[in-house]
Design a protein around this ligand. Structure first.
Ligand code: SR1
Ligand code: MG
Length: 399
């Protein structure tokens, strides 16, 4: 990585001209940095008419939202590009297209998605995309099935596990999801009014035991090439379209982690809705989130089972009923991981706008408490929540 330098807007334009694959690259004339995530630089690249044509993304050698005091591997850009390229092979409709990746600069150029919007913002505003939940379920089934042992030759699978080993990014997840919220940790962040709620999380052995089991699954369950961070801020939507972006946390892990993260973010929106919308709109948004969760899981399950029926290569894994048994364990994992996402987004380092942008302080705190209580219940009760309908019943029970 010795040739690495941090891009200016002009550097990003030059990179897009060289590697963007446009017929007339000299028409690219300007760039604007638009990154609002926690980690990277993101430039939109404009033509002479001011139309955004491409996106250039570059990894910084540190965590952007914290600063240079938290160095971070540039190799995450390779892992992101390769994960998205691999997912695009299996789910081209629902994965952003990477046009070029340059390892020395930790930079990539990808399709512009200016005609799409980040799903989180749309959910917060109460705007519904009727096909998004099914499309997300389809993306996860197609990407995860085709990178699993159901589909890959065992030699190829092992090569892939090695190529996608992502220790530094996984360490962030291991700490932020499974460790920090359950101990005193200066990275944690929550209002002082929630001190008693946070302290209760630190003093809860049944919770810690269940979280230990989930962390162990995250550390050791190399089931498929995960996106690794599939929250609603890593998803672009438009009328009838959904595209996953931002896969720098990609690695071979337990399938339930991606499902649980996705469902967890729909539930964070559920918890925040009363603080973001009027009474009737919030009630409707909440009902819609529960339908979304059901649609996501059922679409994922149906598509995964259909792929398993048609394409499982290993004779032992192809035995009738095994794929369904596997999905039952994926579901249990997903419920637990979903609970850890609710908790870590409420008391940990990285929060979500669905709750954090609620203007009324009392309401914001109530929504955080709701997310913590629901998260704890899901982590501890996951083995007993054996269907998406049972999950929805639990969610209703917690308000
Ligand atoms: C230090 S990174 C914090 C969070 O941002 C990313 O989007 C991931 O969710 C990560 O956990
Ligand atoms: Mg991200």
């Amino acid at each position: 990585m010795s040739h690495y330098y941090t891009f200016t807007a002009d550097d990003a334009v030059a990179f897009a001209r060289q590697f963007g694959g446009l017929a007339d690259p000299s028409g690219l004339v300007a760039a604007r940095e638009v990154g609002d995530g926690n980690l990277n630089l993101v430039f939109k690249i404009f033509d002479e008419s001011g139309v955004s044509r491409l996106v250039v993304k570059q990894a910084l050698p540190y965590v952007r939202c914290v600063g240079e005091s938290w160095p971070l591997t540039l190799d995450r850009a390779r892992l992101e590009a390769q994960t998205l390229i691999e997912h695009h092979r299996h789910s081209p409709a629902h994965t952003v297209k990477i046009r070029h990746f340059e390892p020395a600069l930790a930079a990539m150029v990808m399709d512009d998605l200016s005609d799409h919007r980040i799903w989180r913002g749309e959910l917060i505003a109460g705007r519904h995309y009727p096909r998004a939940a099914a499309q997300l379920g389809r993306y996860l089934a197609d990407a995860l099935f085709h990178t699993s042992d159901f589909f890959l030759h065992p030699h190829e699978k092992k090569r892939q596990v090695a190529a996608f080993t992502n220790p530094e990014m996984c360490e962030i997840t291991e700490d932020l999801f499974f460790t920090d919220p359950y101990q005193e940790q200066e990275r944690n962040s929550y209002p002082p009014q929630l001190e008693a709620d946070a302290a209760a999380l630190r003093d809860d052995l049944p919770l810690h035991q269940a979280v230990a089991g989930l962390k162990h699954r995250f550390l050791s369950g190399a089931e498929a090439l995960l996106h690794g961070d599939i929250h609603s801020g890593s998803i672009f939507v438009a009328e009838g379209s959904l595209k996953a972006i931002d896969a720098e946390f990609g690695y071979y892990g337990p399938v339930g982690f991606d499902i649980g993260t996705a469902i967890g973010n729909l539930l964070l929106n559920y918890c925040g809705a009363p603080g973001q919308l009027g009474l009737r709109e919030a009630a409707a948004a909440r009902e819609q989130r529960l339908v979304d969760i059901q649609t996501l899981w059922h679409t994922f399950q149906t598509q995964f089972l259909s792929l398993a029926h048609e394409k499982t290569r290993d004779a032992a894994l192809a035995v009738p009923g095994y794929a369904a048994l596997f999905l039952a364990s994926v579901w249990r994992d997903a419920v637990g991981f979903c609970g850890t996402e609710l908790i870590r987004r409420s008391v940990g380092l990285s929060h979500v706008a669905d709750i954090d942008t609620i203007a009324d302080e009392e309401m914001r705190h109530a929504c955080l408490r709701h997310a913590i209580a629901l998260g704890r219940a899901l982590v501890v009760l996951a083995p007993r929540i054996d269907s998406v309908e049972a999950l929805i019943a639990r969610v209703r029970q917690y308000g």
